[in-house]
Design a protein around this ligand. Structure first.
Ligand SMILES: *[C@@H]1O[C@H](CO)[C@@H](O)[C@H](O)[C@H]1NC(C)=O
Ligand SMILES: *[C@@H]1O[C@H](CO)[C@@H](O)[C@H](O)[C@H]1NC(C)=O
Ligand SMILES: *[C@@H]1O[C@H](CO)[C@@H](O)[C@H](O)[C@H]1NC(C)=O
Ligand SMILES: *[C@@H]1O[C@H](CO)[C@@H](O)[C@H](O)[C@H]1NC(C)=O
Ligand SMILES: *[C@@H]1O[C@H](CO)[C@@H](O)[C@H](O)[C@H]1NC(C)=O
Length: 377
């Protein structure tokens, strides 16, 4: 036996050993809960590192190891943030409709359909293990936090959904929240003493109002833990100028980047200011809903809020590089895809959507928060 063939035999043995170790570990991974996924990824990485080290001269094995490596990189839950908006809908005539008879009174067309949603099913998404958080899970996650939701009526619906979840939809307290929150065009604040959570809703129909809010936090050197922001429809209706919207978004983005104690390049766990580590807020952008032009309730809206203009506004958002997916600081809550997939049965006026859309958006945010804060349930 020459030295070369001996070496070859040793490598082949090592490669075989690696496969024997790897395959059960990979298979076990699919059954692990989220809490153990990080640890699991670590173990798999070490195994892979050893394998890669021992198998450099085996192209086919190296290929295999490389392809498994990409699975591992995926398993690291931080990449799940890119998939958190992948929701699918099941919109069906509701049971009450099937029992419909002439003595029934149809007060709202929304009640005619039952809308169920869940994260789409695919191996990648299953590995992320997204879950609908219960009242107590959400309370644990937000315990002691200051949450700010700023924007137009969509943001108001989002705030309502979040409070519905943490206070319980059928409670007396929620009845008074609904009344106060929906006083037209005003701010709202609530302290939930059981879990030490403050939620502020800031009426900010234009992007420039969001910029002003950011300046306010900076001036007080006091930052919320979570900020959810979004504005577009008011500008679309009252200004109807996509390049002006783009300009406002650029200004807003630089206010976010420069005013917060971190820069996106440094990641979310920013630098130290003085000797105190400043915790950076978790930032979300509440996207614009799809508009169904024919359903809009005034002639002015149908004329100004055209599909072409909507798309120009959407492009302005992309071009502003505000969102994480374009290298910016904010994580998108993709109302566009939620409303598009839920469809015309989920809106009564082509613009304001059913509460279930915002319920899904709240769950998307909470799951993103779990990933961002490296927590598990
Ligand atoms: C129609 O609906 C009413 C109210 O729910 C119910 O009492 C009645 O039995 C129904 N009639 C038929 C024919 O199903
Ligand atoms: C049906 O509901 C509408 C609005 O809620 C109400 O004005 C109307 O009187 C109701 N009709 C009957 C027959 O109950
Ligand atoms: C919130 O956190 C505090 C302190 O960390 C803890 O004592 C309390 O039990 C928590 N409350 C809930 C509802 O989780
Ligand atoms: C938002 O900005 C507009 C335009 O600058 C301004 O007219 C309006 O008063 C602002 N609204 C609030 C609530 O700050
Ligand atoms: C749109 O806004 C831009 C930037 O503010 C401005 O220069 C332009 O004149 C506006 N266009 C129209 C048609 O008003």
């Amino acid at each position: 036996m020459t030295l070369m063939t001996m070496l070859g035999a040793v490598q082949l043995g090592a490669a075989a050993a690696c496969l024997v170790v790897l395959i059960p570990v990979v298979m076990a991974g699919w059954h692990l809960s989220r809490n153990r996924m990080l640890l699991f990824s670590g173990v798999l990485f070490i195994t892979l590192a050893v394998c890669v080290h021992f198998t450099p001269y085996f192209p086919s094995v190296s290929d295999f190891v490389t392809s498994v490596s990409s699975v591992v990189v995926f398993d690291h839950r931080s990449s799940c943030i890119n998939l958190v908006n992948e929701i699918s809908w099941n919109v069906m005539p509701s049971v009450s409709l099937q029992r419909f008879n002439a003595t029934h009174n149809i007060s709202s067309s929304l009640d005619l359909y039952e809308k169920r949603w869940d994260w789409s099913k695919s191996p990648k998404l299953n590995a992320c293990d997204f879950q609908k958080l219960s009242k107590s899970d959400a309370s644990d996650l937000l315990n002691g936090s200051w949450v700010v939701v700023a924007g137009d009526s969509e943001a108001r619906f989002f705030a309502l959904s979040l409070l519905n979840l943490i206070l319980g939809a059928q409670t007396q307290r929620m009845d008074s929240v609904r009344t106060d929150l929906f006083k037209r065009h005003s701010d709202y604040s609530i302290f939930i003493d059981e879990i030490g959570v403050t939620l502020d809703f800031v009426w900010a129909p234009y992007v420039v109002n969001l910029t002003n809010s950011m300046m306010g936090f900076k001036a007080k050197r006091n930052y919320p833990d979570v900020i959810v922001m979004g504005a577009g429809l008011w500008h679309l209706l009252h200004v109807t100028n996509a390049s002006d919207y783009h300009f406002a978004l650029r200004v807003f983005k630089s206010s976010v980047v420069s005013l917060l104690p971190f820069s996106p390049e440094l990641g979310m766990n920013g630098p130290l200011i003085g000797s105190v580590s400043v915790k950076s807020p978790h930032l979300f952008w509440l996207g614009m809903p799809m508009l169904i032009n024919g359903m809009l309730n005034t002639q002015e809206k149908r004329a100004k809020m055209s599909d072409a203009m909507w798309h120009a506004y959407d492009r302005a958002l992309g071009d502003s590089r505000l969102l994480r997916q374009t290298g910016g600081p904010l994580v998108l809550l993709d109302i566009q895809s939620l409303t598009w997939n839920c469809g015309p049965r989920c809106t009564s006026d082509g613009m304001h959507y059913d509460a279930v859309i915002y319920e899904a958006a709240v769950q998307i945010m909470l799951n993103a928060l779990l990933i961002e804060s490296h927590q598990s349930l």
